[in-house]
Design a protein around this ligand. Sequence first.
Ligand code: ATP
Ligand code: MG
Length: 555
Amino acid sequence: MSDSNKPLNFIEKIIEDDLSSGKITQIKTRFPPEPNGYLHIGHAKSICLNFGLAQKYAGTCNLRFDDTNPEKEEMEYVDSIKEDVRWLGFQWEGDVHYTSDYFDQLYQWALYLIKEGKAYVCDLNAEEMREYRGNLKEPGKNSPYRDRSIEENLTLFEKMRAGEFADGACSLRVKIDMAHPNMQMRDPVIYRIKHTPHHQTGDKWCIYPSYDYAHGQGDAIEGITHSICTLEFVEHRPLYEWFIENLPVPSKPHQYEFSRLNVNYSVTSKRKLKQLVDEGVVSGWDDPRMPTISGMRRRGYTPKSIRDFVDSTGVTKVDGVVDVSQLEFAVREDLNENAPRAMCVLDPLKVTVTNYPEDKLEEMTAPNHPQREDMGNRSLPFTQTLFIDKADFQETGNKKYKRLVLGKRVRLRNAYIIEADEAIKNDAGEIIEVKARIIENTVGKNPEDGIKAKGVIHWVSATNNVDCDVNLYDRLFTDIAPDAGGKDFMESVNPESLQKISGCKAEVNLATPRSDIPYQFEREGYFFLDSAIDLDAGDKLVFNRTIGLRDTWAK
Ligand code: ATP
Ligand code: MG
């Protein structure tokens, strides 16, 4: 964790108490994703918390795939989750675990509960079960199958396992209390019949344990000391504890809940993100507009910026929504400090330097970072014809316009000061070229005649550069709370969230761009090489804008 002077959060307090009282000697946490989608920024919080606590208190953290629902789960998701955890900078203890590793043990414990008279096979269908369950105001009713004998339950459960019943024909439930004020305790189902093959266990099982039954027992088998989850599981805690008390488990973990991380202008639910992918609103789970870890990675967000952001949101028991600008701030902070600088002209306008020989080429020296000598220098070819951005030239200009204007001077970043003499137009009256002069002896110096440049603009040589395309991304939703109160988030998808620009001209150094960190394209923002292109295969260079230089949404 970054700041050792920060006050402890409530989970750290619990851990420090447990360690100092000797209740435990070493903490063990776990990150337990269900492999039914790609991870998003909310999961990043859980990852940073679980792995971060293990690091801070010299414990360990497991990665466990909570794979109890074969219908929605896939290996593709397993692989992407592993990649995301590692990319964020964490390493799990030992091998990856799967809840399905424990299916045999969980089955044995189900038999144990039946033999103890604490579980029964129930033939009610889903709808009947709902009716019998009662509601928050009314107690439920006992299932008519609740008093089956232990022998009958054992036989029926064996048959469930052997595949003798169809999906949904019956289920195994634990016998707790149908009048319990906590609905979770009203004889919850712990095994369902699903004739669906599983990505880890293949055809071995046609009955699958419920999340509530499997999760805590997985924790107990792995010796997890602090099982940290989000607030929606508060109501499940008594059930979590009931299993731990009523089964001969090898250790007694505890569950602690913290509030979910929600970010405005986005949705953080795998189901909703999957809908965006399935309906083609985005190009995939790793579309740079997605709040997924893979999307943010492709966009150029750094692991550090995500860790710093998550850290800045705190660990509490109060649900809230964090402003996405707080995430963007963390990204800008990291990139401002660490991104190498480069020049790229997005909307090129030709400039001919009339007092510069056609066959001359000077190598200008430019620092890779204005404040960081350790990042070294690069050279930029200066030639008779150049490109500047169309927005950086005006015929007349005004006081506020500190760029190139006819009869006025501007500095070309890391090169000469130039003065504009003439604007050449096409038949439609559009400016297609500017004729200018360099002011001699002004590289790294002010002019001898004392007439200073109005501002500094970026440029590239018109004869020595590389072509590229850029993708400008904006927020995926225009609504601050796209899915609040049951709103259809599909209705507030931002139609301008992606603007593709081609024909951009980048400095020659970008012919072999870095793929580990975005560049700051001077005066334009931060841009990251798109990981979906293959330069070796001859694909065109594409850069994704990670983020602009400043927050344009702030009012
Ligand atoms: P989703 O609603 O997106 O499907 P989930 O909670 O079902 O999320 P899991 O794969 O079960 O996803 O989550 C793995 C872990 O990440 C759990 O411990 C869960 O509590 C935690 N987690 C999920 N979403 C968030 C979030 N927004 N903020 C913090 N932790 C989260
Ligand atoms: Mg879940």
